[in-house]
Design a protein around this ligand. Structure first.
Ligand code: TXA
Ligand code: MG
Length: 313
C-alpha cells in the first residue's frame, strides 16, 4: 500500500513498520526507541537476531543522541558525505536498544539522501532500518519490489527507483584504524582523502566477521543461479538465461541480453532489478561479463562484492 510522508510518520509513532526510500535501497523502518516495532522488523524479514540494524537519522544532531560522535573523523566524514551512502559505525550511547545493535557496543548510523525519508525522520525521530527485502533476497530498489516480498498491505512511501541501487558503504570508526566492513558507492580513496589517514579494506577474515555480523549470511541471491561468463564460452545466447554485458557488445542480441556499454553506475543501479526480473521471467541462469579493474569506475568494488556474493558455487 502506497502512503505519504505524514502517514508514514504516524505509523512509526504508533510503533508499526513502514518501508522508506533511500538513494541506495528501500529500508524497512521502525522507530529506533520502540522494541515492539523493532521486533516486527526482525519477524517480517525473518532476520537473525545477531545481525544488527543501521539507524537512519535526519542530521548530525540526531546522530549525537545515538552514538559517541566525539571523533574528528566522524565530523569530517558526515559533513562531506551526508546525506549519502556512507554508514558510520561508532561507540553507542547507553540508551541505544540491544535489539538494534545485536548486543554490540557499537551502533551503525547514516543519513540517507532522499527528501521524503528525511521529512519522515524529522517528524518521527531516528529509525532503524534494514533493507526492505526478505532475508536472502536481493535488496529492493523500487516500491514494487517491497510489495512483491511482503504483500500489498505493507505501507510503502514511493520514492521512485533508487539512484545508487547498491547498499551503503559501511565504515567502522570504533577501532584504532578506520575499516571498511562493506564496500559501497563511497570508496576507501574518497574517505582517505577527507580524513587524511589510511583506511583498511581487507576481505572478510575472522576478525571482520566479528565486527560486521551481516557478512556471515548469504545475501543478494535471486532464485536463478548467477555466474560469470567464461571468456572461452560460445557467443550464442540460449533462451531461459539472462546475459549481462557492460563492455563487450555481442552481435547476437535479444531481450534476454542486457548491455550497459561502459555505464557502470547504471549497471549498479539496475543489478537487483535485473535479478528480480529474471526470477519473474523464470530464467534459470544469469550470466555476467567479468568486471574489469576498479580504475574504470569507482563503483566497481561494490558491484563486484554484490555479484560475487550472489554467484552460485
Ligand atoms: O544502504 C543501506 O545501508 C541500506 C539502506 C536501507 O540504508 N540498509 C542496509 O541494511 O543495507 P542491512 O541491514 O541490509 O545491512 C546492514 C549492514 C549489515 O551487514 C550489518 O551487519 C551491518 O550493517 N551493521 C549494522 N550495525 C553494525 C555494527 N554495530 N557493527 C558492524 N556492522 C554493523
Ligand atoms: Mg540487507
Amino acid at each position: 500500500m502506497i502512503i505519504d510522508v505524514q502517514k508514514a510518520a504516524e505509523i512509526l509513532r504508533s510503533e508499526d513498520v513502514v518501508a522508506l526510500p533511500t538513494e541506495t535501497v528501500y529500508g524497512l523502518a521502525a522507530d529506533a526507541s520502540s522494541i515492539i516495532a523493532l521486533k516486527k522488523v526482525f519477524d517480517l524479514k525473518q532476520r537473525p537476531a545477531d545481525n544488527p540494524l543501521i539507524v537512519h537519522v535526519a542530521g548530525i544532531s540526531q546522530a549525537h543522541t545515538m552514538a559517541d560522535t566525539g571523533t574528528n573523523d566522524f565530523l569530517l566524514l558526515a559533513n562531506e558525505f551526508w546525506p549519502g551512502p556512507l554508514t558510520l559505525v561508532l561507540p553507542k550511547k547507553p540508551g541505544v536498544l540491544d535489539i538494534i545493535t545485536a548486543g554490540l557496543e557499537t551502533v551503525a548510523i547514516r543519513m540517507p539522501d532522499h527528501p521524503k525519508t528525511l521529512a519522515v525522520i524529522e517528524k518521527s525521530g531516528p529509525v532503524a532500518a534494514p533493507s526492505a527485502n526478505r532475508s536472502g533476497k536481493p535488496s529492493p530498489t523500487r516500491p514494487e519490489h517491497v510489495l512483491d516480498d511482503f504483500g500489498d498491505d505493507l505501507p510503502v512511501v514511493d520514492g521512485g527507483t533508487c539512484s545508487v541501487g547498491l547498499e551503503s558503504t559501511v565504515l567502522d570508526l570504533s577501532g584504532s584504524t578506520p575499516a571498511i566492513l562493506r564496500p559501497g558507492k563511497i570508496t576507501a580513496d574518497e574517505i582517505e582523502e577527507i580524513i587524511g589517514k589510511k583506511v583498511s579494506a581487507e576481505a572478510a577474515g575472522n576478525d571482520q566477521r566479528r565486527r560486521s555480523p551481516g557478512t556471515r549470511y548469504s545475501h543478494y541471491k535471486p532464485s536463478a543461479s548467477v555466474n560469470w561468463i567464461s571468456p572461452t564460452s560460445s557467443q550464442t545466447h540460449r533462451p531461459g538465461t539472462l546475459y549481462i554485458y557492460h563492455t563487450h557488445t555481442p552481435t547476437d542480441t535479444g531481450n534476454n541480453v542486457i548491455l550497459f556499454e561502459g555505464d557502470y553506475l547504471e549497471f549498479a543501479k539496475s543489478l537487483y532489478d535485473l535479478y528480480r526480473t529474471a526470477d519473474k521471467k523464470k530464467y534459470k541462469y544469469i550470466l555476467i561479463e567479468p568486471l574489469p579493474d576498479a580504475t574504470l569506475s569507482p563503483i566497481i568494488p561494490a558491484l563486484l562484492n554484490r555479484i560475487q556474493r550472489s554467484v552460485s558455487n
